[in-house]
Write a protein that binds this ligand. Structure first.
Ligand code: KG4
Ligand code: ZN
Length: 338
């Protein structure tokens, strides 16, 4: 089975292509962000995103091949994100990947975007020690996943309302900090006091069913109410205290889940995993608990195609090539075992 995988990622607002060998060696990873095109609307505009993918994908793929030093006939398989994501955006990457696979006569591999985020952790640290618990925190998802084996996942908990990244984006928009909110709050928080405001830690003490679930919508409302009642409050203190509340809940729940299932390590994945405070607290918690921490570099946390190529390589080993009539599935779920 081929080892050099061209990965393509177009599920949201990043047009990305990468070449990865055996799911561990990143030979190239090109990401063309569309943030500038969407920023003035305060969020991703699906129609603009699909058109930009159409424009950007060919040059991005070409650059990924050049940077990897590969000719077309040296690619062994083409993997693309088939969901979850925006349907128009997904279709651009899926169609391109299937066309390239057909023309080059190599397998096409359909990849779940969430599985891509899971595999991002191991790209830079291939020394996998299963079972693991993965905290997957992105703009659309907040999940605690028990990775029992390759491709075998159990969902321990997820958000019952807003995703963590969505909370960062909504709070930043309310504070007038722009889009996307995560990086701005992260930066501003370094100048604020995380203990200035005691924002709620929702569902932290929940037991029984749903003990690993999250809720961030109340926290967002608490921020809005606090600022309305205290208009003089320093924005940096609000940002730092909000971030502290999110990080506290995420880390506390992740380590509890890891202890419960007897995980050998904890992995961090998804765009919010780029957050400085979360990364630091996560690593410290793992050290305290004597388990391994897998924290990908920032560029591997946010959407990229190297993680799609890596997940594609594993899928190819377990399931073989995907049929060429595979379509885009906007609400695709993580394949769960038992
Ligand atoms: O994984 P991702 O790139 O796209 C999705 O699949 O959703 O995640 C994007 C999310 C956005 O909500 C963004 O605000 C958040 O990740 N994010 C951050 C940081 N960088 C990106 N959140 C907190 N701190 C950051 N440094
Ligand atoms: Zn993502």
């Amino acid at each position: 089975m081929g080892d050099r995988i061209l990965g393509i990622e177009t599920s949201c607002d990043e047009t990305a292509a990468a070449v990865v060998e055996r799911a561990t060696q990143v030979r190239s990873s090109v990401v063309a962000s569309q943030i500038d095109r969407h920023a003035r609307y305060g969020g991703v505009v699906p129609e603009i995103a699909s058109r930009a993918h159409v424009e950007m994908l060919t040059p991005v793929v070409a650059q990924a091949l050049v940077e990897a030093g590969l000719a077309d006939d040296e690619v062994d398989a083409v993997a693309a994100t088939v969901g979850p994501g925006l349907v128009g955006s997904l279709l651009v990457g899926v169609s391109a990947a299937k066309t390239l696979a057909l023309v080059w006569g190599v397998p096409f591999v359909a990849v779940n975007h969430l599985e891509g985020h899971l595999y991002a952790s191991f790209l830079e640290d291939p020394d996998l020690d299963l079972p693991l618990v993965v905290l997957l925190v992105s703009g659309g998802h907040t999940m605690l996943v028990h990775m029992v084996d390759h491709g075998q996942y159990q969902l321990l908990g997820s958000t019952i309302d807003d995703a963590a990244g969505e909370a960062f984006d909504k709070v930043a928009r309310f504070l007038g900090l722009g889009y996307p909110g995560g990086p701005v709050i992260d930066k501003l928080a370094t100048t604020g006091d995380p203990d200035a405001i005691a924002f709620p830690r929702a569902m932290l003490d929940r037991t029984g069913d749903g003990r690993h679930d999250f809720s961030f919508s109340g926290l967002k409302t608490a921020v809005v109410n606090h600022v309305r009642h205290h208009p003089e409050v320093a924005t940096a203190d609000v940002a730092a205290s909000f971030q502290e509340a999110v990080v506290d809940v995420l880390v506390t729940k992740a380590r509890r889940a890891a202890q419960e299932v007897g995980a050998k390590g904890l992995c961090l994945g998804g765009g919010v995993a780029a957050n400085s405070a979360l990364r630091a607290r996560f690593a410290a918690a793992c050290e305290e608990d004597g388990i391994r921490a897998f924290v990908p570099s920032r560029s591997m946390c946010t959407d990229n195609a190297a993680m799609i190529a890596a997940a594609g390589w594993w899928r190819l080993q377990s399931d073989g090539p995907s049929p060429l009539d595979t379509g885009a599935t906007p609400n695709l779920r993580l394949p769960l075992a038992g």
